[in-house]
Design a protein around this ligand. Structure first.
Ligand code: NAD
Length: 301
């Protein structure tokens, strides 16, 4: 069993750290929100007063923060993690951030004598709670293999995508494709329903036909078609529209930087931006089907 520092105990980090505690690891936790630290302390972790304290005397530090600027300042800021951790400590950032920041922080970590990997996740809060996340990992093989047994506790699959930053690239590309397929699937169902088809009958047909995809297989956006989906519980739970918008922004930033055309990714970002602006940021991203039905207005308009 390892001694692990865990920083960032929000919707994702909280259950991930809890799973490490439940598996018997010694976990030292910190979050800017003291309630989050107290919740984890009740679950058996050691609550700390600072990130530096959580990272002291551990073999591995895992961070799960909102965005790149938080990761940069936590690791590189004055009195940041790199100034405080012991040489040789394995650093794992599971936040979803831009690949350039992941590469820059990993390079600084290496200078400080600490191997670092980026290990963003897919699977949402339900996956975090169930210990069934999918990790997409970037970094050298040695640290990736060293981290694997701990990541296995929190996830059902760990993919080594390539060198530093590669995990973030895989996550960004996957989520761009997911957003596009969610919008496309929603359009097709909306059109079929407008033409008088039953949404379940149409979904069953498309699932088996050449339009079949991951959304139709388990995340149908139409209410009542599939049990257990966010669509069948008022678009609660799941993966928020605001988070999908963030990931689509990362993809567009990368496409601009690389001079690559991603016209459907750009359109998907704009559709999600409008849906988010309509006050739907907290709703699951499959609720974009409502935006496509009503253009952000109510059903009766
Ligand atoms: P969250 O906002 O619920 O949690 C982030 C936590 O980080 C908060 O508790 C905040 O107080 C803490 N924090 C911020 N700066 C800190 C600092 N300097 N020191 C200590 N704590 C700090 O976010 P979340 O939903 O848990 O998401 C975390 C990351 O995971 C994001 O990058 C997100 O894009 C990604 N992600 C989220 C989901 C999801 O469904 N929620 C799914 C996949 C990936």
């Amino acid at each position: 069993m390892a001694t692990i520092g865990f920083i960032g105990l929000g919707n994702m980090g909280g259950p991930m750290a809890t799973n490490l505690v439940n598996a018997g690891h010694t976990v030292q936790v910190f979050d800017l929100a003291t309630e989050a630290v107290e919740r984890l302390a009740k679950a058996g972790a050691t609550g700390c007063q600072s990130a530096a304290e959580a990272a002291s005397g551990v073999e591995m530090v895992i961070t799960m923060l909102p965005a790149g600027k938080h990761v940069r300042s936590l690791y590189l800021g004055d009195d940041g993690l790199l100034a405080n951790v012991a040489r040789g400590t394995l650093l794992v950032d599971s936040s979803t951030i831009d690949a350039d920041t992941a590469r820059a922080v990993a390079a600084e970590a290496e200078q400080a004598g600490c191997p670092m990997i980026d290990a963003p996740v897919s699977g949402g809060v339900a996956g975090a709670e169930a210990g069934k996340l999918v990790f997409m990992v970037g970094g050298a093989s040695g640290p990736v293999e060293q981290a694997r047994p701990v990541l296995d506790v929190m996830g059902r699959a760990v993919f080594h995508a390539g060198p530093a930053g590669a995990g973030q690239v895989a996550k960004m590309c996957n989520n761009m494709l997911l957003a596009i397929s969610m919008i496309g699937t929603s359009e097709a169902i909306n059109l079929g329903v407008a033409e008088g088809l039953d949404p379940k009958a149409l979904s069953d047909i498309m699932q088996q036909a050449s339009g079949g995809n991951w959304v139709l297989n388990g995340y149908n956006p139409y209410p009542g078609v599939m049990d257990g989906t966010p669509a069948s519980r008022g678009y609660t739970g799941g993966f928020g529209t605001a988070l999908m918008l963030k990931d689509l922004g990362l993809a567009q930033d990368a496409a601009l930087k690389d001079g690559k055309a991603t016209p459907l990714g750009a359109l998907a970002r704009n559709i999600y931006a409008l849906h988010d602006a309509g006050g739907n940021g907290h709703k699951d991203f499959s609720s974009v089907i409502e935006f496509l039905q009503h253009g952000g207005g109510s059903a009766s308009q």
